[in-house]
Design a protein around this ligand. Structure first.
Ligand SMILES: C[S@@+](CC[C@H](N)C(=O)[O-])C[C@H]1O[C@@H](n2cnc3c(N)ncnc32)[C@H](O)[C@@H]1O
Length: 403
């Protein structure tokens, strides 16, 4: 493999924006890839994957390179030098890589790879919390799985087509896919492809949605004709799925505190052929009060640390801190308390997160059930999606029924 100067420079620029300017990795990669139209898919793949890989293993590479944040450009070249050496790629004879101690890099890697917090690259506090919450063995396995590249999974939109037809049409476009046992609406892409450019996406035949995430909407057990509230709808990944399960019948209310997310949701709903969805921006308690004890089903896809989706957002590891965890769990507690009021007697709530930390998951639910506001509920079922065991994102979901 020969390294091209402009591609390596693009990675350096991306890392600078992510590490030094606190920008989101996915946005940065998107931005950097727009720079040069002449880059082919291999070049783009190199920039994206190298950037993600270095973000994933920042702590390990930084330790080997002996550099500290904020990184200078020379530091970033040292980090890339480590990546190149560990990959077994010959170091280019560029000024920036002069004096890279290849042999010492390998020796240091062998030493550090024995220590989980370096090998899997996590901050000390998070490593301690992980061991405390999940036990050494499970935490080690989950971390290793969370450092893998995420698969691309599609969810068929049953309002427009079915799995057979979608798979056939994709195959005609030379996009081979595989079905996933246990995930009824899912197709796994066999190779990474930009599926957003296909006419099938533009027609609303599918959405890109991780397999674990596809289990959340069915877990709520919705039926056509019901009043369903998606209380933390965001840009609507789960809302679109709920609408399909409701066969476009009944009323689906999508709530969020950010208007820009709901606007995006409306665009997606149009493309998906969803007609039973209305959105409401939450600015005060009015919307929630009006729905008091009226909803058949409420989905709380709560804001969380994202500790189950590090494959997609590896930079979250470096942005998380104990104070943020405290803040987000307090918000989850409040949301569960306030939004559970919307469900009617006999109705059901699903509380879900894309985290693997018990503190955001089962502990949150247990705490709620012990409170006055939770005493009218029973826990029907819980599900943990494990990146290590299932191979997809980490998710938690609990279904509660109001007595
Ligand atoms: C995990 S994300 C939701 C993802 C979305 N359900 C999907 O499937 O694409 C959590 C959402 O909760 C929203 N949120 C945060 N605090 C909220 C609150 N107090 N009430 C409602 N939504 C809130 C965030 O804006 C974010 O969109």
């Amino acid at each position: 493999m020969r390294l091209h100067r402009n591609l390596v420079f693009a990675v350096i620029d991306a890392l600078n924006m992510i590490f030094n300017q606190g920008e989101y990795a996915d946005k940065v990669v998107e931005k950097v890839l727009r720079r040069d139209k002449r880059w082919g898919s291999r070049d783009r793949g190199f920039i994206a994957e190298t950037t993600y890989e270095i973000v994933r293993y920042k702590r390990l590479y930084q330790e080997i390179a002996e550099v500290k944040t904020p990184f200078s450009r020379a530091d970033l070249f040292r980090i890339i030098g480590v990546w190149i050496t560990l990959r077994g790629i010959p170091l280019p004879e560029w000024e920036q890589f002069k004096n890279t101690p290849a042999r010492r890099i390998k020796g240091k890697f062998d030493e550090l790879a024995k220590i989980r917090k370096f090998r899997e690259a996590v901050p000390d506090w998070l490593d301690e919390l992980g061991v405390q919450s999940l036990g050494k063995e499970r935490w080690s396995r989950e971390l290793a799985a969370l450092n893998q590249q995420a698969a691309v999974v599609l969810r068929v939109n049953r309002l427009k087509t079915d799995l057979d037809a979608l798979q056939k049409e994709l195959s005609a476009l030379k996009i081979p896919t595989t079905r996933l046992k246990g995930y009824e609406d899912a197709l796994l892409l066999e190779q990474r492809t930009d599926v957003f450019k296909t006419p099938l996406f533009k027609k609303g035949w599918f959405e890109v949605q991780d397999a674990s995430s596809q289990l959340v909407a069915p877990f709520l057990q919705v039926e056509p004709g019901q009043l369903v509230v998606d209380a933390c709808a965001g840009a609507g990944g789960k809302s679109l799925h709920l609408a399909a399960l409701m066969e476009n019948k009944g009323q689906l209310l999508a709530l969020d505190i950010y208007d820009y997310k709901l606007k995006q949701l409306k665009l997606r709903a149009r493309r998906n052929g969803v007609h039973n969805l209305e959105s409401r921006l939450i600015q005060n308690t009015k919307v929630i009060k009006r729905l008091n004890k009226r909803a058949d089903r409420v989905l709380i896809d709560a804001p969380c640390t994202g500790m189950g989706v590090l494959r997609r957002n590896p930079d979250a590891k470096w942005k998380l801190n104990p104070e943020f965890l405290e803040r987000v769990t307090a918000i989850q507690r409040q949301i569960l308390e306030d939004y559970s009021k919307m469900v009617k007697p006999g109705g059901k709530i699903v509380y879900a997160t894309c985290s693997i930390l018990p503190r955001e998951n089962e502990e949150q639910v247990q705490e709620f059930l012990k409170k006055d506001s939770g005493s009218g509920f029973v826990l029907e079922e819980e599900k943990h999606c494990s990146p290590a065991d299932d191979g997809f994102d980490g998710f938690y979901m609990a279904r509660l029924r109001r007595k």
